[in-house]
Design a protein around this ligand. Structure first.
Ligand code: 8YV
Length: 332
């Protein structure tokens, strides 16, 4: 029997590749070097499925060149690399990797919040630079986390998991803003109150961004929004680069319009705006919020299971555009 062919665009765990190889003929990038879009396009020709890491743009241009493509499985919960309308129009299913990373990512959001509030990055660099002699009374004094006001912009699964940590672990007052207000049992579970975006900006001591990227969310934190925040406030971004105007943020940090920032995601990553690198009151990490071995394995297995589920059994686990499935079964 002719096996269907799939392409794995980025390095992945060998056990996941082995699982895929029991069902498919697999071409895989196992080098620690990302393929360019042109290389992906060339290699995707004739493939029925792609397993992507989350940064590869899947748009009409690629789809046009790959008429055999049936599914693209992202190893990420975010899927702003997909032009989902174009995929649906071409009958290509998109899947993401939700749930398995929720708690791990929330842990990291909280770690970044604490590192930012307590100036852990700056003080570590100070020691490494051999500068430590003695400390004044306000030596690396930061801001309290316990008992403060936690603001969350984007109250999906990860936002709610961060809210629970804040409310139940640190006695924080939790405010949130989201496209829509949560049902009251969900609000109660994380002791969170829905407020306007303006009130959130004005009242948060620690503002965590967890909203999905979309054209509407582009630069939803820019100069105007930063100017509403408290001068003592901290901003944490674990959402997506582009949600924050990085140049405006660097300016606000330099001018001490806000106290500090913790960033895991950047506009144009892996490049980082040079002005952000020049300010001290910032903690920077390279898009690792979901990166524990257990969770990254679970994400990769879920993406692989989506490919197997759809191409072999006709049942993907986490489809993003189920219209494609209905269309397929309608055609049978
Ligand atoms: C990374 C994420 O994109 O799931 C997401 O949306 O941002 C992260 O988990 C993922 O690690 C890419 O492989």
């Amino acid at each position: 029997m002719n096996r269907q062919s799939i392409l794995v665009t980025r390095e992945i765990f060998p056990e996941v590749l082995d699982k895929l190889r029991t069902h498919f003929s697999v071409e895989a990038n196992q080098e620690d070097v990302a393929w360019s879009l042109e290389q992906i396009c060339e290699r995707a020709k004739g493939k029925a499925g792609l397993l992507t890491s989350g940064g590869e743009r899947i748009d009409a241009g690629l789809l046009e060149q790959c008429p055999d493509l049936k599914i693209v499985a992202n190893t990420a919960v975010g899927f702003n690399n997909f032009d989902l309308d174009a995929m649906t129009a071409c009958g290509v299913l998109g899947t993401n990797a939700p749930d398995v990373l929720t708690e791990t990512t929330a842990d990291f959001g909280f770690a970044l919040l604490m590192a930012t509030a307590r100036r852990i990055g700056e003080s570590e660099q100070y020691i490494r630079a051999g500068k430590w002699s003695r400390g004044r009374i306000d030596f690396f004094a930061g801001s309290d986390v316990h008992g403060s006001t936690l603001g969350i912009l984007g109250m999906g699964r990860i936002g709610q998991a961060i809210a629970k940590r804040g409310a139940h672990g640190f006695g924080m007052k939790v405010l949130y803003n989201n496209r829509s207000q949560l049902e009251s049992h969900l609000e109660q579970a994380c002791s969170a109150s829905f407020v306007s975006k303006e009130k959130l900006l004005r009242e948060a001591d620690h503002l965590v961004l967890v909203l999905p990227y979309s054209a509407q969310a582009h630069h939803c934190i820019g100069e105007a929004e930063l100017s509403l925040m408290k001068p003592t406030a901290n901003l944490i971004n674990i959402a997506r680069g582009g949600v924050v105007d990085d140049a405006a943020l660097a300016h606000a940090l330099r001018e001490k319009k806000i106290a500090a920032a913790g960033l895991d995601v950047f506009e144009g990553e892996p490049s980082v705006h040079p002005d952000l690198l020049a300010v001290p009151n910032i903690v920077l990490t390279p898009h690792i919020a979901s990166a524990t071995i257990r969770t990254r394995k679970a994400m990769a297995h879920l993406a692989a299971d989506n490919l197997i589920g759809y191409l072999v059994q006709g049942k993907p686990l986490t489809p993003l555009n189920p219209q494609v499935l209905q269309r397929c079964s309608g055609n049978d």
